[in-house]
Ligand binder design. Structure first.
Ligand SMILES: CC(C)(COP(=O)(O)OP(=O)(O)OC[C@H]1O[C@@H](n2cnc3c(N)ncnc32)[C@H](O)[C@@H]1OP(=O)(O)O)[C@@H](O)C(=O)NCCC(=O)NCCS
Length: 220
C-alpha cells in the first residue's frame, strides 16, 4: 500500500501545473488525502472489517468532500483535482493514470444488483460534474467532457460529451458532422418519423386495395 504513495504524489506533479513543492502537495491536496484514506479503507474492506472501513471512508468524506466506497478498486497514479462532490461507488474499478475532476459521480442507475458501477480504463479523463452511471466500461485513453451523463459503454480513444453522453471524437477523428448543439438527436421524434413512414405505407396499401378490379367492383 505505502509503495503507491510516492507515485500518487508524482501524479499530482504530472497533472497539475500549479503544484509547487512536495510539502505543499502532501499537506494541501485533498484529492491525495482521499486516495490515501481510501487505500487504508480498501485494505480493511478486503480483510472484511467492513464497518471500520466505512468509518475511515466517511471520515475522509467529512474532511475532503470526496466519497469513495471502501470496496472500490483504484489503480496507480489516480489524480483527483479539487475533488469536492466526487462519489465513487462500491463496485467501481478505476485503471491507471486516471484524472477525475470535482463533482464526478461514478455510480449506479439504482436498478442493478451486484456489479453496478462503471469500470474506467487507463489514462481516462473525467471532466467536472460528469456522471457515469451503470455497469459498463469506459475505454482506455477516453475523455468524458464536463457535465456529460454517460449511460453506456465507451470504446477506447473516444471523447464523449452531452446528456445523454455521445461520442463526438474517436481516434482523433470527429464522429459525424460538426456538433450542432441546437440539433441534438431526439429519439422520440425519430420514433414518430418511423411510425409516420409505416402509416404512409399502410395507407398506400389500402388505396391499392380500393382500386376497382376488372368488372367495376372494388376489392373488399
Ligand atoms: C471533452 C474535453 C476533455 C475535450 O476533449 P477533446 O477530445 O479535445 O474534444 P474537443 O475539444 O475537440 O471537442 C469536441 C467537441 O465537443 C464539444 N465539447 C467539448 N467539451 C464539451 C462539454 N464538456 N460539453 C459539451 N460539449 C463539449 C466541443 O465544443 C467540440 O464541438 P465541435 O466539434 O462542435 O467544435 C474537454 O472539453 C473537457 O470537458 N474537459 C474537462 C475539463 C474539466 O473538467 N476541467 C475542470 C477544471 S477545474
Amino acid at each position: 500500500m505505502f509503495r503507491h504513495f510516492r507515485s500518487d504524489i508524482n501524479a499530482v506533479f504530472e497533472n497539475d501545473p500549479a503544484a509547487r513543492s512536495r510539502f505543499e502537495v502532501i499537506f494541501t491536496y485533498s484529492g491525495l488525502h482521499a486516495i490515501w484514506a481510501h487505500r487504508i479503507a480498501h485494505m480493511l474492506f478486503r480483510r472484511k472489517w467492513f464497518t471500520v472501513a466505512r468509518m475511515v471512508s466517511q471520515f475522509s468524506r467529512f474532511m475532503t468532500g470526496i466519497e469513495i466506497h471502501p470496496g472500490a478498486t483504484i489503480g496507480h497514479r489516480l489524480f483527483i483535482d479539487h475533488g469536492m462532490g466526487i462519489v465513487i461507488g462500491e463496485t467501481c474499478e478505476i485503471g491507471d493514470d486516471v484524472v477525475i475532476y470535482q463533482g464526478v459521480t461514478l455510480g449506479g442507475t439504482g436498478k442493478e444488483k451486484g456489479k453496478r458501477h462503471p469500470t474506467i480504463g487507463n489514462n481516462v479523463v473525467i471532466g467536472s460534474g460528469a456522471k457515469v452511471l451503470g455497469s459498463f466500461s469506459i475505454g482506455d485513453n477516453s475523455n468524458i467532457g464536463s457535465n456529460a451523463v454517460v449511460l453506456r459503454e465507451v470504446p477506447d480513444n473516444c471523447t464523449v460529451v452531452g446528456n445523454p453522453g455521445r461520442v463526438v471524437r474517436r481516434n482523433g477523428e470527429r464522429v459525424g458532422d460538426r456538433l450542432d448543439h441546437k440539433q441534438l438527436p431526439d429519439p422520440v421524434i425519430e420514433m414518430f418519423r418511423e411510425m409516420q413512414k409505416e402509416i404512409n405505407g399502410l395507407k398506400s396499401e389500402v388505396e391499392k386495395l380500393r382500386q376497382p378490379v376488372a368488372g367495376g367492383e372494388t376489392r373488399s
